[in-house]
Structures are given as C-alpha cells and as structure tokens.
Design a protein around this ligand. Structure first.
Ligand SMILES: [Mn+2]
Length: 318
C-alpha cells in the first residue's frame, strides 16, 4: 500500500480530524491548511483547523473565518500537520497532534523529521500546496474555486510568484488548471505579494535603515526588535518578507533577517545562487530549504550575526 492509500484509509476511518500547521504561518501554511480543511468538509468530516495567530493579510482567503484558536477536544481520531518540518514548530498546540489516534504529515521541507505515523513529504515540490494538490487529484476530490484559491495562495507565496527554485512545468500546469477552474490569480498575487499593512511598511523602513552589507557586499544583514514593533504598534506578520529586501540587491548572495521574539531571535536566511542556507541553519538547530531557511537563536543581533557569518563564510565563493 502506498502512503497515498494509507492516508486515504485514515481519513475514511476518522470522524473527528484536526489540521495543524507551523507557528508564524506563511501563505503556504495558511493556504494549504485551508484547502485541506475545505476539502475534508466537502467529505462531511468533523474537522477543526487550528491556527492560533496569523497575519491580517490572509483575511482574504476563503474559509479563514472558520479557523479556530484552540481545539474543541484533545483526542481527535486523526491529526494532519501541513507545511511543518518538525513537531516543535507546532509550538503550543503540538498536544493535538501527539494525542490524536493517528498522525499524518504532509510537507515539502527537506529537513522534515518525519514525525508522523504516515509521512507524505515531497522535497522537490516548491510549495506544500502543490504537494497537497497532487493528493487531491489522485483521490479525485473536487477542487472548488475556494479550494483552488487557497492552493494558489500557497503556491504563489512560497515561490515568490513563480520565481524560486523548485518551480517546474508541473507548477505552471497546476496554475493553468486552477485558472481554468475560475481562480483569480491576479487578485491573489496582488493581495498576498504586493500589498502590505501600513505598519508593515513602516517596519520595513526601520529594517532598511539598519541594513548593512558585509563580506564585500555578498551578505545583507538587518534586524527588528520587539521595541521597534511596539513603537510602531505592529501586528502579527508585519515583518513578513523583509528578508527579501536585501536579497534583491546586486551582488548579494545571502540575506539575513533577525526578528526578536519572546525566546530570542527568529533568524531567516535566503540565498540567491549557491549558499545552502538550510545547512547553515541546521548548525543552529533550525532548517528549511536550500535557498530559504530559519532557526531560533539567542544573544544580541551582533553576536548572532558573527555566529552566522562564521558558517556562511565557509560557503562563500571568493
Ligand atoms: Mn511551504
């Protein structure tokens, strides 16, 4: 039996299902979990989607108003984690996963620790939404316009609008099919990639002002503190995408962005051509993709910067 058959069996057997995704959810995490949520609802399942906190920019996605902050029970028949590489990224709601009778992981991160009973992980997929789309098609599940919109939201955000590594002919075929199904790609693109909140824009201003170029212009570094966010009255998700600013400058290979949280700094790394930032982040207990990865670190921004540079330098070409 393939893992696709096993997953379908588990879904058919389950009455109460919970869907979970990683903390600080991005468009792929929210879009993929909403697509799965709406799909399971069409199968008449009792399903809860738990996302305690998410950015206001995702308010445009179909089904988002049904998202719950916490579950109605602690012992679901089945838990499905999407776009989540490790159980610790389920943060304060991993109990719903751990206490479920069956556990499934659907993901596309190369650093996935395979923490489910069944793991459907395609590391060649540029977005978890694409991985889930393949699953929907193989089960012949109906892809409504609302479900398609969420699939597209995941694909567009995780590929930066079809530009990152991993985008393939299949990705465009899926986009083409979704367009045929009535999904408004232009609108999703504008809402999720080009629109930012006013406070998010002000936060960018601070980060850009602080941005420095290091290692002969090959590394861009900046950070945001809790104090900055408090001063600007920032909301959840306002810092999203700041890491890309440095990456788009000529000559930059690696962009580093630090975002302060209650437990230190959340580190985001991006690379353009050859540095494997997933390997860099693995050194500090994190992970992700070759061109986009993250970790949690403690210390001052300066200390963290030095630690990261020590690892990045090994990979930088002269
Ligand atoms: Mn993803």
């Amino acid at each position: 039996m393939t893992s696709l058959d096993e997953i379908l069996n588990k879904i058919n057997e389950a009455k109460d299902i919970v869907i979970l995704t990683h903390e600080n959810p991005d468009g792929d995490a929210v879009g993929t979990s909403l697509a799965l949520y709406l799909g399971l609802k069409n199968l008449k399942k009792n399903v809860d989607l738990i996302i305690p906190k998410y950015s206001r920019v995702f308010k445009c996605l179909p089904g988002i108003d049904e998202v719950k902050e916490e579950g109605k029970q602690d012992n679901y028949d089945l838990a499905i984690a999407v776009d989540c590489a490790e159980i610790k990224m389920l943060n304060g709601w991993s109990n719903y996963f751990e206490n479920a009778k069956s556990r499934i992981v659907i993901d596309h991160h190369s650093s996935n620790s395979m923490f489910g009973d069944i793991n459907f992980v395609d590391i060649t997929s540029p977005a978890c939404a694409q991985t889930l789309y393949v699953l929907f098609r193989s089960y012949n599940w109906k892809i409504t316009q609302d479900i398609g919109t969420n699939f597209m939201a995941g694909i567009i955000t995780d590929t930066g609008g079809f530009q990152y590594q991993g985008v393939s002919k299949e990705t465009f075929e899926i986009a083409s099919n979704l367009l045929t199904d009535g999904v408004n790609i232009t609108k999703i693109y504008k809402n999720l990639l080009e629109t930012r909140t006013k406070t998010g824009f002000e936060l960018r201003r601070v980060a850009l002002d602080r941005l420095e170029f290091l290692e002969n212009g090959k590394v861009a570094f900046t950070y945001i503190t809790k104090k900055d966010e408090k001063k600007l009255k920032c909301e959840e998700g306002d810092h999203e995408g700041i890491v890309n600013e440095g990456m788009h400058v000529e000559g930059v290979e690696v962009s580093i962005f630090l975002h302060e949280s209650d437990e230190g700094f959340k580190v985001s790394l991006r690379s353009n051509e050859y540095v494997n930032v997933s390997d860099v982040c693995l050194m500090f207990g994190g992970g992700g993709h070759i061109r986009a990865a993250g970790a949690k670190m403690t210390g001052t921004p300066k200390q963290i910067k030095e630690k990261l540079l020590n690892e990045i330098r090994r990979q930088l070409k002269k």
